[in-house]
Structure formats: C-alpha cells, structure tokens
Design a protein around this ligand. Structure first.
Ligand SMILES: Nc1nc2c(c(=O)[nH]1)N[C@H]1C(S)=C(S)[C@@H](COP(=O)(O)OP(=O)(O)OC[C@H]3O[C@@H](n4cnc5c(N)ncnc54)[C@H](O)[C@@H]3O)O[C@H]1N2
Ligand code: MOO
Length: 388
C-alpha cells in the first residue's frame, strides 16, 4: 500500500502532456491555452468618452458653449473643439481633438445649439485614454484554463483562434453483474450504475472528452471485450472489480492484456483498492466501485491527471484550510477524506461516512483531509480540505 502522495507521483509519471490544436474562440471555454495570446492593438484604440454628454476643452460653472457637431460610438466628429465650442458625445465615442473633458448631460441645460453648465458640475473628466484597458503587445500567458472572462478578453484583443490542448479522451468502464444503466428496469438483485455518470461529468468539467463504454459483466470474457473498445482513449478508467472478492477481475484481465502496473492499493479512505498502470499506449486507472470511493478518487487522482495532461503541471488538487465546527477523533493509518459541509464558516464533518452514501457526498461542500495517524482535534482547530 502506498501513500496518496506517492500514488499521485506514479500517476503523473504515466500521464502524457497532450498536443495542442487551434480552435475558434467559441470552442475555447474550459480549454487550456497553450501559447501566449497577444493583443495587436490598444483598447480602447482612441481616447473614448466614458459618458453621454458634451466634449469641451474645459468647463467651469455657468460656462456657455455652442454645439458644433456630434460624436457617436463608431463615428468620430471630424474636427477640432475650440474654446466656447462643444461636441455632443456619447459613451464609447472617440473624443474630438481639442477636448479636455466631457461634461455629462445631467450637468447642462440646452437651448437650441447652446448649452450652459450648471452651478456645481461633476468634476470628473470622463475620458478613457487610449490603451486604458490594455495596450498592443498585452499578453495572456499560457498555460491557462480559459474562463469566461478570458474569452471576453481574447475577443477584445481581436484573437479569434487560440492554441489549446487537445481534450484528453477518457473511456469509462463500469463493471459488475449487478449494474444496469439509468432508465433500465433493474432486476430484484440489481442497482443502477451511478458513479460512472458522475465521473463522466467530473472529467468533462475538467476539460476531458468522456465516453461511457458498455457495462462489463463479472466474467473475464466480458471485461476483455469491453477493454477492447477503448480505442484511441488517452486514459481508461475502470470502476469496481478492484478489490479482493472472487468477482473482482479487473486486475487479472488487465494483466492478461498486458497492463504494466504502477501500483495497487493506496493508504486512503475511501479508495484503498486503487490501481494504475499502462495498457499499451493508454494510461489506465482502476477505481474502487463504491460510489463515493469512485467520486473521491476522481477528485483526488483523476482530475489532477487530466490537468497535467492538458499542460497545467503535475500538482495535487488544491487544498484550503478552515476551522472545524466540532471535535474530531484521531485518524487511523490511512488518509481519510471525510465528507463535510460548511455551516456558519466552520466545517461540519458528516456523522455517516460510509462510502456507499452518494446522498451524503452530494450534500458535501468539502472533503476534510485527515492525514494518516493524525491525532484528535478540537472545535476551532484548523484542518485542510478539498473544496468540492
Ligand atoms: N474483504 C474485503 N472486502 C472489501 C475490501 C477489502 O479490503 N477486503 N475493500 C472494500 C473497499 S474499501 C471497497 S472501496 C470495495 C471496492 O470494491 P470493488 O472496487 O471491487 O468494487 P465492487 O465490489 O465491484 O463494488 C463495490 C460496491 O460498489 C457498487 N458499484 C460498483 N460499480 C458501481 C457503479 N458503476 N455505480 C454504482 N455502484 C457501483 C457495487 O454494487 C458494490 O456495492 O470493496 C470493499 N470490500
Ligand atoms: O476504499 Mo473503500 O473506498 O474505503 O470504500
């Protein structure tokens, strides 16, 4: 049995960094930028008005100006504003030459082509200098997982296509005679496969392309057949059949198919019977079948692997620190990832930690991490946790 940290190192060693591809900005959200993107021009490219009003050289209370033209967003006023003159201007319009400020329309009265500034005008200039947001040469540095704000910025930079990592292709295999797919009618001894669906969602949120293969039955031939469908996946994730029971066949079949095993069994709870290796060109991770074990291992191991594959570096899932709401007993020899919820800023660890309880996992905001052999804790003590 190896530690969680050692298992992660082994997994990173198995995970290739995938090649890049160029995609349109609309296909880029959630992808990992792999080459710096550079702005070709300033934004705004000209001095722009920040408000609707009148562009003037300068203004004092009671000043009068003759309105000599109009500047709108998309069409500048071609000319100069001289002393005693004003240009009607709208938000986003280029500020005409000679103008030193914009007086907002709320601060003037207008009579025909003459405006008069009120007694106490707003003193702000309401000019946005050229390059106020960013200048030509501004760069978004890779590697970077692209969030909605990055997409907006790239569009403003006039970068229509970006180099991103190809999505990792993950094939997911559920194993077990007891399983049917959601929507099927289970027999009296059967249950509905769940964690593979949750894992597919988790992997997709981490940037992967997830494919659910048919459920493998608890016999070697069926497992062999389904493992044969993995095709061009970068990673195959099996679920269940990983433990010591007579029907836990994944390790045997994978070995027979040429698996070079990196490790089997990790000192953690839940998730002990975790396995990993290389099957031909494909990385393989065997997750335990208990629904919560599979999901916890998805967060702790598979998502960091998917991030590494996308060029984000070999790093464990980021942890945070927070106070406990109540005392916690000493931990055993395996790292314990405990389902917990935030209540008034403190972490409440659920009483029920059985790895079959998806409803509890789903109610959790956090996995409180208890290191192997950690001593008892008091209410208010700080613990590390993985946000969910
Ligand atoms: N004698 C021992 N028994 C067990 C040990 C052990 O060390 N000695 N380990 C326990 C631990 S810890 C876990 S975790 C499980 C892992 O077992 P497997 O990975 O072999 O998983 P299965 O036996 O196939 O299934 C366990 C459980 O999960 C349900 N399951 C499986 N796949 C799915 C799925 N896709 N969706 C929903 N539920 C699924 C399955 O029906 C079982 O109830 O072993 C313990 N036993
Ligand atoms: O590893 Mo098992 O996951 O403790 O339930």
């Amino acid at each position: 049995m190896i530690s969680v940290e050692a298992a992660l190192e082994e997994l990173f060693a198995l995970a290739p960094v995938l090649e890049t591809e160029t995609v349109d900005l609309r296909q880029a959200p959630g992808r990992v930028l792999r080459e710096d993107a550079v702005a070709a021009r300033d934004q705004p490219p000209f001095v722009a008005s920040a408000m609707d009003g009148y562009a003037v050289a300068e203004a004092a209370p009671g000043d009068r100006f003759e309105v000599i033209g109009t500047a709108v967003a998309g069409k500048a006023f071609e000319g100069r504003v001289g002393p005693g003159q004003a240009v009607r201007i709208f938000t986003g319009a280029p500020v005409p030459e000679g103008a030193g400020r914009v007086v907002i329309q709320e601060d003037v009265t207008r009579d025909g082509d003459v405006i008069t500034v009120c007694d106490a005008p707003d003193s702000a200039a309401y000019l946005r200098p050229a390059g106020n947001d960013f200048s030509a040469g501004f760069r978004l540095a890779a590697p970077l997982p692209l969030r909605p704000g990055d997409i907006a910025l790239l569009a403003a930079m006039n970068v229509p296509r970006v180099a991103v990592t190809r999505r990792p292709r993950v094939a997911i295999i559920a194993t077990g005679d007891e399983l049917v797919s959601p929507g099927e009618v289970p027999g009296p001894d059967q249950i509905v496969a769940s964690n593979t669906y949750g894992l597919a969602a988790l992997f997709e949120a981490a940037g992967a392309e997830a494919r659910l293969l048919p459920i493998a039955r608890d016999d070697m031939a069926s497992l062999r057949t389904v493992l044969g469908l993995v095709e061009d996946a970068d990673l195959v994730v099996t679920v269940g059949g990983a433990s010591v029971g007579d029907h836990d066949l994944v390790a045997d079949v994978a070995a027979e198919m040429g698996l070079e095993r990196s490790f089997y069994k990790v000192a953690m709870r839940p998730g002990k019977p975790l396995m990993a290796g290389r099957l031909g060109a494909t990385m393989m991770i065997g997750l335990p079948g208990n629904p919560v074990s599979a999901m916890v291992c998805g967060h702790v191991f598979v998502v960091p692997v998917l991030r590494a594959m996308q060029g984000l570096g070999a790093r464990p899932a980021p942890r945070q620190r927070g106070p406990l709401a109540h005392p916690l007993a000493a931990n055993g020899p395996r790292a314990h990832y405990m389902r917990a919820v935030f209540a008034e800023g403190a972490l409440e660890v659920f009483e029920r930690q059985d790895s079959g309880l998806l409803s509890v996992f789903n109610a959790a905001d956090a996995l409180v991490v208890r290191p192997p052999g950690a001593g008892p804790l008091q209410a208010g003590d700080t613990v590390e946790y993985l946000p969910l």
